[in-house]
Write a protein that binds this ligand. Structure first.
Ligand SMILES: C[S@@+](CC[C@H](N)C(=O)[O-])C[C@H]1O[C@@H](n2cnc3c(N)ncnc32)[C@H](O)[C@@H]1O
Length: 298
């Protein structure tokens, strides 16, 4: 049985609690998309708890099994997971790959995507800016898992604007020719499909220093979540992998960017977050905009 939500909206419910406990109350095969960014191993040590990289898989596994249970047969589980550096060394931990292999035992890997954030700071500073022996990290992996080999998906819903050269080609026409790869480019390339098919590298800067969420948290004296998604990230996967009226779940919701985007796109949503302050801040995302100040009559 599900506990009482901390808050709800016309389409969604947010729960404050441990994902392991709250997930247990969600019915089997009721969710079309789980979209989440779990606490990363090293971040957990710093800010969220005390699970280390070595314990991470053991901690995450019961949650992965619950996610599998609540997903519909054609559902998807999309997870953004930053890698970790081995403490005190300029080498990478392999725990994300261990986790990937283990998750491959119960899910299919439909595709791996990369979030390219051009505004990322040059970390780890010791190796990138002081010793200058590593380059700046600018991508995080996004794994798209599915329960079956045919998850619901439609790339026509996430087309991106055509490049300048493609627009020119559509306007001026094209003489069929071979590309350097020796592939024939035929007349079908001249059809305007309303946009280009995106690649698996999603370039989205994460630099917002002002938005309604920040403003409202500050005004309410609540902490601002330090690891928020840019809204474009959940927006892309929600449109790509679900239809209106289907359910999106974020079991590590933080400031609940996922829920806000799901609501905007007409999807039902469920959010789970352990930290009560983050839940309180996320609720402010759904408050009606403040009315214009009433001017005193002259
Ligand atoms: C990387 S953040 C997610 C941020 C989110 N994507 C956003 O846009 O704000 C991960 C969140 O998981 C929460 N968390 C950690 N352990 C949890 C657990 N056992 N159950 C539910 N939430 C948990 C943390 O408090 C943190 O807010």
């Amino acid at each position: 049985m599900l506990a009482m939500p901390a808050y709800f909206t016309p389409l969604g419910r947010a729960y404050q609690g441990d994902a392991r406990d709250v997930l247990a109350g969600i019915p089997d095969a009721s969710v079309s998309l789980v979209f989440t960014s779990p606490p990363f191993a090293l971040r957990r040590q710093k800010a969220y708890g005390n699970v280390t990289a070595a314990d991470y898989i053991e901690w995450f596994w019961p949650i992965a099994e619950q996610i599998h249970r609540v997903l519909r047969e054609d559902g998807s589980f999309v997870m953004e997971l930053g890698g970790a550096w081995n403490p005190g060394s300029g080498t990478r931990s392999l725990f994300t790959y261990e986790l990937l292999l283990k998750l491959g035992g119960i899910f299919h890997l439909a595709q791996d995507l990369y979030w390219h954030n051009p505004s990322r700071l040059p970390t780890p500073a010791e190796w990138v800016t002081i010793r200058r022996t590593r380059v700046k990290e600018a991508v995080t992996q996004i794994w798209w898992f599915s329960k079956s080999t045919e998850p619901q998906a439609d790339n026509r819903k996430v087309l991106v604007p055509y490049s300048k050269s493609m627009k020119r080609l559509l306007k001026d026409g094209y003489s069929p020719a071979k590309r350097p790869s020796q592939h024939d480019i035929g007349p079908s390339f001249q059809k305007d499909n309303g946009g280009a098919i995106p690649s698996n590298v999603l370039t989205i800067p994460n630099t917002r220093s002002y938005d309604e969420y920040l403003f409202r948290c500050r005004a309410a004296g609540l902490p601002i979540h330090p690891a928020r998604f840019p809204p474009e990230l959940p927006d892309f996967f929600i449109r790509f992998l679900t239809n209106e009226g289907q359910t999106v779940l974020d079991p590590f919701a933080g400031s609940n960017t996922t829920g806000q985007e799901a609501e905007r796109l007409g999807r039902k949503w469920v959010a789970i977050e352990l930290n009560p302050d983050y839940v309180a801040g996320s609720r402010l995302r759904f408050e009606a905009p403040a009315a214009e100040p009433v001017r005193a009559a002259a």
